[in-house]
Every structure is written in C-alpha cells, then in structure tokens.
Design a binder for this molecule. Structure first.
Ligand code: BGC
Length: 821
C-alpha cells in the first residue's frame, strides 16, 4: 500500500513544525548554507539517525528519513560514503558483542534479566576511521539512544563523549572551514571536551518521521531553528549531587526544590548552556514595556524586533525571584513565556507575557497552606535564564495564605537540603536605582474553594446491578493470559499492537470496551496485521524478530504463542496496515516553547486514533527531568513544571479535540528513574512534591482536563502511587477536580517475584481500594486478587464492594463517553 493522503499530510505538517524543536547552541554565521554541494558527513547519527528512543515510546513507522537520506534528497553530494560504510561495520561488530552480553544475562537471570535489559542502549563504540571527505563543509552527527527499563550511564559513549567522538569532532573543527556538530540526542551529553573549539552546534534532537528532511531544510535555510533548552546542559560534574539517583530501593530526593536551573542559579554554578538558551540564524532585540497588574495577574508588555538578516522566531521568558521568609526560595523561577510569530528582518511584534501571582505560591509543610510571602518579587525578562534584566517588582504587602491543602505523599526520613547563602549565586538579588513597583495586598486574592467532582449516577446505578466478578473485570484490563505476555506490547485484542484494553465481557450490558495505545512520540500500533474470518491477528513484527536471538527457549515460546503466524498457525487472512506518524519526542516538543506546536502534534495523533479505533492515548508523559541520566527523559518535557504543564496542555487539547479520543497523562508521580522501576521508592518531601513534581500535572489537569491519568510504577515514601488514596482521591479528584479515570502502569500481576527488591510490586486490591480505577494490562491474577480481597480483612489490602463500584462506575462512564452507549 502506498503512502495515503493522511500520511503525506501529517509528514508535511511535521516537517514544518520540527525546526521549532531544534536548538542552535553555537553559531559563527557559517550556516545556513546557500546551496547544496559537497558534504563530508560523519558520525553515528548520519545513517543510524534516531527518530525517537526505544521501548513503549517508540512508534512503528513505515519509514523515516535519516540525515544521510535527507541530505541526498536535498541535493547534497555526500563525499564520505566510505567512512559511513566503515562505521557501519564497526557498529555491527560491536553490536554482536553487546547482544551476546545481554543474552548471557537473560539466560542467567530469566525474566528479571529480560526486564533489566529491555532499555539498555549500546554505548557509542570506539573506532578509528580516517576523515578524508571532500568539500569545505563537514557535519558530524552525534547520536544517543535510551529507553524505558534502564537509566543512562555517566560514562564515555553515553552521557560523556567517546574518545573517538572527541578526537574526530576536534579534528573536523580544524580541518573544515565550515563545520557543524549535530546532536541527534534525546537528553543531555556533556559537551565540555569540545564546546570551546567547535563554532557551530545544533541540537537536532529526535524529531520523529521527518527528522532527516527537517534537518536538510534548516541546513539550507529553507527553515530555521527556533527552540530553546527546556533543561540545563552542563558538564556532568556540575550537576547537583545532593540527592540520590538510581538507588535500587530508596532514592532520596534530598535536593528538595532545587532541581535543574533552580539549583544551578541558586548556588551559582555555570552550566555550559543554561535553561532557556537557544540562538537563531538572526538576532533580536527585546524591549520591555511597563509592567501592569490587574487583580493578581501581572503582565509585562514587550516588543521583539528582528535586527538580523534572516527570518526567525524568538522566545521571551519571564523569571521571578520570590522573596525568602519563612520558606527558602531558589534564585528565580520561570513564571511566564511567549514566542513570536515568524519575524522577517526588520519586523517586530508586541507580546504580553503574563502570569498569575498564585502560580508562584510555595507549599508550607508546617501549616499545609500554599503561601505567597510578603516582600519584593523581582520580575526578570530576557531570552534565557542567564540573560535577563529586571523590569519591575511586585511588592506584596502581607503574606497570603492562599489555599489550605491536605498533607499528602507521606514523609521521607530526611529534611530537604537548603543551599548556604541562597540567592548569592548570581549576585545580589536587589537592583540598584529606579524600578517600577506594583503594589499588591492580600485582599486582592480570592480564596480557593473546592467542589467535589460529579459522580455519574447512571453509571453507578449500572455498576450496582453487576456481580462482584463483573465489577472486578471492569477494574482490570482485558488481558487474561499469562502475566508475562504484556512485555511484548500486545495486551490488546481489538486493535493490533494496541498495548491494552478494558474488558470486552460486558458489551451486552451496554458497556463498550476501550482501546489504549502508547505514546508519547505518536501512536504505537502494529504496522501490519492479518484479518480473516476469525478476526484480526498480529503478525510477527520486526522487533519481535530481534527478540528471537536474545531469548532462551522458555521465554521465546511465550513470545511465539502471541504471534500465531510465527507459531505456525498458518492464518492466511488479508494483510492490513496501520501506518502511524512519529512526532518529536517530549523533550524536543518542550524545546519549541510553543504549546501550539504541541497542539498540532496532538491533533495529528488524534486523527490517527480515530482512524484506527484507539480511545485512550498513553501520553503525554510528563515526569520532571530531575537527573540527566534518567533513561526516559527523552519522553518527558523539562526540568521545569511550568514548561511541562503548558506543553502537556497543548498536546492534550490537540488530541482531545477529536471526539472519542482521550489523552492519558503519565506517570503520576515521581517516576524519575528507571533502575528497579517496578519497586523503587522515591523519598520526597511534601514541599518538593507539591512545588515541583505535582505542579506540572496540576497545570495539565486544571487547564486541559485530560480524560485519564496513569499512576506510576514507583513507590512514593514507602507506598506505591497507585495505592495512595491521598494522591488518587484527594489530590487528583478533590483538590484538582479531575473527572477522568486513573489506570495503573502496566504492572506484571502476581506474587512478588525474585526481581522484587526491598519493596513488592503494586497490587490490584491496594490500587482499586485507593481509587486507581483500573489495573493494567489486567490478567487472571489481578482479577483473583480483587476477588480474594473483597470483604476480607486478613489480606494486606482489603476491599469493599463500594470501592469496586466506585472505580467500576468511573470506567463505565468513560466507556460511554468515548465509545458511545
Ligand atoms: C510504561 C508505560 C507504557 C506502558 C504500556 C509501561 O512499561 O511505563 O509508559 O504506557 O508500559 O506500554
């Protein structure tokens, strides 16, 4: 089947959007090029271009353009085919050894070995191939991959550059008059060994299906990069080491609220490239107007003018230094931002950068109020966190207790770290001379009141007529077989390759089933499936082929059981296709600093959900970039909760514009590492939980009303998030008014197994009792657990019929909403 009209349309839209996600880190004016010509192309990402990371976030596409292909299509003459071939040979050889290592681990450790190897990316191999490409222009594409199940390593070939990369990049910078270092990465790499001597650096990121074409467009100036960093890029040694990362059992977030630039700016560490930074092919001036205040909303008008010689877009950022009082505060926090439209040389645009003072409130653990303390709030306007000027002050006359919230999330066994001499990092907080002062008193704020979310009485009435077992089916996914099969990403039955579904057993009672598919970098489905008189059946996919050589017989048999074609069942139905479009990864989207770009991507996915019959998209993923080594950071947006929240809002609105389609924000909450991911405990203070980790979710839920939330695998202060009534019912529903469903992450059912470390896995009974409505992907054991726990005081998590009815009624209401009555 050739490319369909919708595919062409989606690819064209993405090709235009993708440059907004690229960040130009250094430029000496050599680029863009005027015409295509001879090009010396090097580096692992040239031919092995990464469109998005691995794991459930990977989207099965028909094809995508690599950098090499994109450049050839654009008319470049690549003079380094020999180098690229030689590199391929090195890579293949190294990969064999790498796979053999994984296989040995799986053989020795069985299922737990498999779980731990799933996301492990091969480090960049060392090599030595002469750099002999012709032409005066060279591009080196440095690539990194990662994915769920494993964290990255602070080692050469991963977070750090390999010796071969350093050597070649430095030599190319000397050898070619025009040299561009391109970073085809989903997260930070430590650029310190090369950054001084390389004059042109572009974060291409991982941009999905159009990555190679979008790069060629930018290289030739048909498009231009306009992204800004959504997380700090620093030398590895300069990242915060106050808290733990990657502990097997308990990971203590001792750094509290000092995450990302909040840490760097407060202690005065110099990152290589700060949060919010990004250059342009052109130059801009930013002229602030007079800040205004209406009620508690602050507006800073600004005029942005393109003073250079190329088209471009600029991002204006407003940071606020919040006064310290009872609570310590970081040097500054992002309060608002805005991106211009495309400005031609000489063109200008007036923007209003706005924020609500309430958004700056901090959580006071002692009183459990969200408070704004009296004092001067300095407004800093600029185009990166380290390039701002103070444009005014909001003088808050008295401390405001905005909102009394509940104590939630438990208590860790430490007190948060506080930096010595906070705010001295970037110098004195005060500013000399005249400044515009806006005066605000506590009476301007309105008290927040809660309204209990509505209960769907009709759905509840139906739930009351169902048997206990039927209710338990509604609260577990449709997957009924062996607990291990979910691994292969095929726990759905209605749509091939969908990762989960709700029960199909109650259709005759008027409860349709719902189909769920990953995210976040597009819709993850099987690209091809078979259809015969018995219905749809999956074919053996390429990635499963890759599993074959890795798995010992017992595990392989499980896999073959799922793929009837491979198991020799000879079904000869018609082969159908589901071609989905890979969009940029979450980190790339956040780098656009443009919720409209996110909305367009959400819209593309929403169209494909409708086309293929998917009701819930398991995206956006919005955990905080707490540490650059988290293996799933590429799926997530940023180290900053405002950016995370606003980007998620765009994606949700885009996807949910399509009737019958819902977004699922995940992983709620504090899922910031992959090491021992089913059983690791994030120990976090209430302040950091409220001000950093919950905040992005709060923005997404309050401003975009996603239809679903996915709880996370990890524990929070000793209890699984799905089993925390305080998170499921109090925070989400009572405080934030969330009216959708909460599903668990894909938890392997059954007794705690050998791979469980100090803590057990989450269980169905504990989760449903807490208000996590459905246990995914389901399975006989989850169902048994619920039945066993019903009215049984002797089990760890007893369950009442009322608990089940409540969760089941929310599932029924969602099924009606998305799949019709
Ligand atoms: C991941 C989720 C994903 C789910 C279904 C889990 O392993 O953590 O993000 O949505 O699998 O594939």
């Amino acid at each position: 089947m050739g490319l369909q009209t919708y595919e062409i349309n989606h690819i064209e839209r993405l090709r235009k959007l993708a440059p907004e996600c690229m960040v130009l880190l250094k430029s000496d004016g050599s680029f863009p090029l005027e015409v295509p010509g001879k090009m010396a192309l090097y580096g692992s990402g040239s031919r092995r271009t990464i469109k998005g990371g691995t794991g459930s976030g990977d989207v099965n596409v028909r094809a995508y353009t690599t950098i090499e292909q994109g450049l050839v299509k654009a008319g470049f003459n690549i003079t380094t085919s020999d180098w690229l071939d030689a590199y391929d040979a090195v890579w293949e050889e190294e990969y064999k050894t790498f796979r053999a290592g994984l296989k040995a681990k799986i053989e020795a450790e069985g299922m737990s070995g498999l779980l731990e190897t799933l996301g492990v990316a091969m480090p960049e191999p060392e090599y030595s191939i002469p750099l002999k490409g012709e032409g005066d222009t060279a591009v080196y594409v440095l690539a990194r991959n990662s994915g769920e199940g494993a964290d990255r390593q602070a080692e050469m070939g991963d977070m750090k550059l390999s010796a071969a990369e350093i050597r070649d990049i430095l030599q190319l910078a000397e050898q070619y008059p025009k040299f561009l270092l391109v970073l085809n990465v989903g997260g930070v790499v430590d650029l310190s060994p090369v950054v001084e001597r390389v004059k042109n650096i572009l974060i291409l990121s991982q941009l999905g299906i159009s990555v190679g074409d979008s790069f060629a467009d930018v290289l030739l100036g048909k498009a231009y990069p306009s992204g800004k960093l959504a997380s700090t890029w620093a030398a590895w040694e300069d990242y915060c080491t106050v808290g733990d990362f990657g502990e097997l059992d308990d990971t203590r977030y001792r750094e509290g609220i000092y995450v990302g630039y909040r840490y760097f700016d407060t202690v005065g560490n110099q990152p290589i490239f700060p949060f919010g930074f990004g250059l342009s092919y052109t130059a801009f001036s930013i002229e602030p107007g007079v800040p205004k205040m209406k009620g508690t909303k602050v507006t800073v008008p600004v005029t942005v003018r393109n003073t250079g010689a190329h088209r471009g877009k600029e991002v204006v950022q407003l940071y606020v230094s919040v006064p310290e009082g009872k609570l310590d505060q970081p040097y500054q926090v992002l309060a608002g931002f805005g991106k211009t439209r495309e400005l031609a040389p000489g063109d200008k645009e007036n923007l209003d950068i706005c924020f609500e003072m309430e958004g700056l409130a901090s959580y006071d653990e002692e009183s459990s109020y969200r408070i704004l303390e009296a004092g001067d709030y300095f407004l800093r306007l600029g185009n990166s966190s380290r390039n701002t000027e103070v444009v005014g002050t909001v003088c808050l006359e008295d401390t405001v207790e905005l909102e009394r919230v509940s104590h939630v999330g438990g208590t860790p066994d430490f007190r948060d770290w506080k930096p010595e001499g906070a705010k001295r990092g970037l110098g004195s907080i005060g500013i000399p001379g005249e400044r515009i002062a806006l005066h605000l008193s506590a009476s301007a704020f309105t008290t927040v009141t809660y309204t209990a979310p509505k209960v769907d009485e009709e759905a509840l009435a139906l739930a009351k007529t169902l048997t206990d077992s039927e209710l338990a089916y509604l609260c577990t996914g449709v997957f009924v077989d062996d607990e291990t099969k979910y691994l292969i990403g095929n726990a759905g039955v209605t749509v091939a390759g969908a990762v989960g579904e709700t029960t199909t057993l109650l259709r005759d009672k008027g409860i349709p089933n719902l189909v769920m598919s990953d995210g976040p970098a597009g819709l993850r489905l099987s690209r091809q499936y078979g259809l015969d008189e018995q219905g749809a059946y999956p074919l053996e996919a390429e990635e499963q082929e890759a599993f074959k050589e890795l798995l010992p017989e017992a595990l392989l048999n499980i896999l073959l059981g799922i793929y009837p074609a491979a198991a020799g069942q000879n079904r000869n139905g018609e082969i159908r296709e589901q071609n989905c479009t890979a969009i940029p990864v979450g980190t790339a989207l956040a780098q656009s600093w443009n919720p409209t770009v996110c909305q367009e991507c959400g819209d593309i996915v929403g169209e494909e959900m409708k086309r293929f019959g998917v009701h819930l998209w398991l995206a956006p993923a919005m955990n905080i970039h707490r540490n650059p080594l988290c293996g799933r950071n590429f799926e997530y947006f940023s180290e900053d909760p405002l950016i995370s929240g606003k980007m998620a809002v765009g994606i949700i609105l885009g996807a949910q514009k399509h009737p019958g389609c819902g977004a699922t924000v995940k992983h709620f909450v504090c899922n910031n590492q992959e090491t021992n991911r089913f059983n690791s405990n994030s120990a976090v203070s209430e302040r950091a939980l409220r001000d950093i980790y919950l905040r992005g979710f709060e923005i997404a839920i309050k401003e975009a009303a996603p239809l679903a939330v996915m709880s996370s695998y990890n524990l929070l202060n000793g209890e699984h998030t799905s089993q925390r009534h305080d998170l499921m019912e109090i925070v989400l529903r009572e405080e934030w008014g969330f009216e959708g469903i909460v599903m668990s992450d894909w938890v392997p059912a059954g007794k705690p197994s050998a791979d469980d470390k100090k803590y057990p896995r989450a269980c169905a009974s504990g989760s449903i009792a807490a208000g996590n409505d459905i246990m995914m992907p389901g399975g006989r054991k989850h169902h048994e657990d619920l039945m066993n726990a019903l009215n049984n005081e002797t089990v760890a998590y007893p369950l009442t019929r009322a608990n089940l009815e409540k969760c089941a009624s929310r599932m029924i209401a969602m099924a009606w909403k998305l799949a019709g009555q």
